[in-house]
Design a protein around this ligand. Structure first.
Ligand code: PLZ
Length: 446
């Protein structure tokens, strides 16, 4: 057993404290300036909803390392599984000598992802790598080139996925040229849809399919890729029915529908996958982040007829489906099943929403509260009429939360969305305390 970390916030020094500041000096002298840190309090331990820093401060975690540690840091089942696996063997390369753990994760993904059809899975290391492989598979299977992505999309930082990611700063700026045959269409974003939220689903759908027809041609379009709830782009939830209509149109036009569930998957949104809530069955689905309790692992799961058209050796990589990461995934998935973390995500939503509604009733800067499960956000504006994005206010609140030992994250193409991604095992007490810190931070920043 690891030493239990009391699930409460403790502030011993300023955040960051002197030990973190010293480490940060070393970071600045050794790590590329291109790799920045949101809150430079250096972590030495973590469990459940708490991160401990180098100065002994205990921080409340509302970020889960960007939606990764859904089962919590220090999850005993993950620790045991990983320790056992490390003692047995750490690596063979599945393409050289296979092992059961990889197969077991593939079986689980095939079982849990939407749809009861025959499926196949391939495992990789990062979300971006899963998305890259989704594009490779879609092009190979359809014999077509065009890939359609959305405004506010985030699919990764590799060259091909950057072509799909919508935001220039900091991701794309001066890193091009990017991969070709990637096209962008507007996102069905109810809060900012010009014709108003009630017309967003239909107008967006009609506009998008017209654009694909006119600019690419259905016969040249391999796939449409979408995050069922957009993550980095601002936790944008498309209007009810939009995803279903789009998926049906894709099917009718021999275009694959790819759901990027790297951020929204694995109980985060209150279901196993955000696609489940909308009742959509993607042809291909990408997963990562929450799948393996913090170990690097990602998956591409899809219709067997699509995934099995690839020639032997066409998919792979040295580390993809590493046995230690697979052991962590199996333990994480078991934890999610046993604790019913999808239901817990919905409870977290209820707690967070109640407090966010209070903020919205007090501050006109809260433009919209949205999201599902433990993937909730508020979009901040300077004025509810003009909806002018309040990026500076968002950054100020974030900074004020950090100073009080609450690890928070922002997002949004315009930097004006404040998001909540706590571990799904966090206690109610920590959620309430975090929300009261947020309320103080809001009051001090407006
Ligand atoms: N698809 C939907 O959210 C990763 C990125 C953080 P990787 N999002 C966090 C950052 O600034 O780099 C993400 C995602 C969706 C793909 C990815 C990419 O996953 O594991 O970071 O490659």
């Amino acid at each position: 057993m690891t030493t239990p970390i009391e699930q409460r916030r403790i502030l011993r020094t300023a955040i960051p404290g002197p030990a973190s500041a010293a480490l940060h000096e070393r970071k600045l002298a050794s790590v590329s300036a291109g790799v920045s840190t949101g809150l430079p309090a250096y972590v030495v331990a973590g469990q459940g909803g708490i991160l401990v820093d180098a100065d002994g401060n205990q921080l409340i975690d509302f970020g889960s390392g960007i939606a990764v540690t859904s089962v919590g840091n220090g999850n005993q089942r993950v620790i045991d599984a990983v320790s056992k696996q490390i003692a047995e063997f750490t690596h063979t390369c599945f393409m050289v000598n296979p092992y059961e753990q990889y197969v077991a994760v593939a079986e689980k993904l095939n079982e849990l992802t939407p749809g009861s059809h025959e499926k196949r899975t391939a495992l990789f290391n990062s979300g971006a790598e899963a998305v890259e492989n989704a594009v490779k598979v879609a092009r190979h299977f359809t014999g077509k080139d065009g890939i359609v992505a959305f405004d506010h999309a985030y699919h990764g930082r590799t060259n091909l996925t950057l072509a799909m990611t919508a935001k220039n700063m900091p991701y794309k700026h001066r890193f091009g040229p990017f991969a070709s045959e990637l096209y962008r269409v507007p996102m069905a974003y109810p809060y900012r849809w010009p014709g108003g939220p009630q017309h967003c689903a239909d107008e967006a759908f009609n506009y998008i399919v017209d654009q694909i027809h006119a600019q690419i041609g259905e016969e040249n379009t391999a796939a449409v890729i979408i995050e069922p709830i957009q993550g980095e782009g601002g936790f944008i939830v498309p209007p009810a029915g939009f995803l279903k209509e789009l998926a049906q149109w894709c099917a009718a036009n021999n275009i694959l529908f790819i759901a990027d569930e790297v951020q929204s998957g694995f109980c985060r949104s209150g279901d196993w996958f955000a696609s489940d809530y909308e009742g959509i069955v993607p042809d291909l689905i990408t997963t990562a982040k929450g799948i393996a309790g913090g170990m690097p692992l990602s998956g591409l799961t899809g219709r067997a007829d699509i995934m099995d058209t690839i020639h032997p050796g066409g998919l792979g990589g040295t580390y993809g489906g590493n046995p230690v990461a697979c052991a962590a995934a199996l333990a994480s998935i078991e934890t999610m099943e046993e604790l019913n973390l999808a239901a817990r995500a919905r409870e977290i939503e209820a707690i967070l929403r109640a407090d966010l509604e209070k903020l919205a009733a007090t501050y006109p800067q809260v433009g919209e509260i949205r999201g599902r499960g433990a993937m909730i956000a508020m979009e901040l504006v300077t004025d509810r009429e003009t909806k002018e994005p309040a990026a500076a206010l968002t950054a100020a609140i974030n900074k004020a939360c950090h100073a009080q030992g609450l690890v928070t994250l922002t997002c949004g193409t315009l930097g004006n969305v404040f998001r909540f991604l706590p571990p799904l095992v966090i206690s109610d007490d920590l959620l309430h305390e975090g929300m009261s810190i947020l309320a103080d931070a809001f009051a001090a920043s407006v």
